[in-house]
Design a protein around this ligand. Structure first.
Ligand code: ADE
Ligand code: ZN
Length: 343
């Protein structure tokens, strides 16, 4: 692994930043999975924390998702969801996150008989507490793309009584074979409700899925998007339209989208003029939080303070907040840069 200057690491972790791509279910640490399993009397297929952690040797997205959905099965009560949210938000704040837009997968829970109200009320409890402590945060409801359009419509309707509890919708789970076009009508309904739209595309799926997410879903940001580099016209469009890409370097290495951090396309994406951000995706499964993603990625790719500051700035600019709030975020970033200049 590339050696890292401790002062550079401190600078990167302290950078005021937004996390725009984190699945709350992917923040459940193995110890928490075992604690909640015991609290709720849920049987796990693994004997110990160590045995579970040893199973985190993924070969692709699906091999991860199978374990990720099993891990989420310990979540039953609103307090479970609140505990999970609180733990993530505390870690994020310690990594310089001043704005978090957090994905949740309601179908993973409603399919097990957990009510939509339980999921949203628990998460909202954690977010409200974090807001009271000065963090800016919101939820984005994701549809599982391996399930049907009908199931997605039912999920959106079940969430409508809680319309004010989330700011947008997203699309995640098994990508290949489940193109964005499958959900065009659901996303049209979400847009009509005034919800923001994001979608995972170009993680394992082809560049055309990114085009579909933009043109058929109305996506305002693309989650991952790394495979855009295979299509020069698409890269030019994403750069011209300044479409934010929520890139997740640790995730891409763990799920074998690329072999090593040193080979990650993030640097090439920056050089192509793309609006790149760094995020953790599923930090409990991929080896680190957002701060570690910044530190190790910048070290591995030789990105300097200016490049890292640009990435943090892009993350704040790409967040779904009003103009005054955004200006406040950017002022905090500028103040941090001024205070650390020459340090
Ligand atoms: N759900 C959680 N993490 C995901 C990822 N990286 N891609 C697709 N769906 C996910
Ligand atoms: Zn993701």
């Amino acid at each position: 692994m590339t050696s890292i200057d401790p002062a550079f690491a401190t600078f990167l972790v302290g950078l005021p930043k937004a996390e725009l791509h984190v699945h709350i279910e992917g923040t459940l640490e193995p110890e928490t999975i075992f604690r909640l399993a015991a609290r709720n009397g849920v049987a796990l297929a693994y004997e110990s924390v160590e045995a579970l952690r040893a199973a985190y040797a993924f070969t692709d997205l699906q091999s991860f998702l199978d374990i990720y959905y099993a891990g989420a099965s310990v979540l039953l009560t609103a307090e479970d969801f609140a505990d999970m949210g609180r733990a993530y938000l505390a870690r994020a704040a310690a990594d310089g996150v001043i704005r978090a837009e957090i994905f949740f997968d309601p179908q993973t829970h409603t399919a097990r008989g957990v009510a939509m109200a339980t999921v949203i009320e628990g998460l909202t409890r954690a977010l409200d507490e974090a807001r009271a402590g000065g963090m800016s945060c919101d939820l984005i409801l994701c549809f599982l793309r391996h399930l049907s359009e009908e199931d997605a419509f039912a999920t959106l309707r079940a969430a409508l009584p809680f319309r004010d509890a989330f700011i947008g919708v997203g699309l995640d789970s098994s990508e290949v074979g489940h193109p964005p076009e499958k959900f065009a009508r659901v996303f049209a309904e979400a847009r009509a409700l005034g919800l923001h739209v994001v979608a995972h595309a170009g993680e394992e799926g082809p560049p055309d899925y990114i085009v579909q997410a933009l043109d058929l879903l109305g996506a305002e940001r693309i989650d991952h998007g790394v495979r855009c580099l295979e299509d020069a016209d698409l890269v030019a469009r994403l750069a011209r339209e300044r479409v934010p890409l929520t890139v997740c370097p640790f995730s891409n290495v763990k799920l074998r989208v690329c072999d090593r951090l040193e080979d990650h396309p993030l640097r090439r994406m920056l050089e192509a003029g793309l609006a790149v951000t760094i995020n953790s995706d599923d930090p409990a499964y991929f080896g680190g939080q957002i701060g570690a993603n910044y530190v190790q990625t910048c070290a591995a790719l030789g990105l300097d303070r200016a490049a890292a500051a640009r990435i943090a700035r892009t993350s704040l600019e790409a967040s779904f907040v009003d103009a005054a709030t955004k200006a406040g975020f950017l002022a905090r970033l500028d103040a941090h840069l001024a205070a650390t200049a020459g340090a």
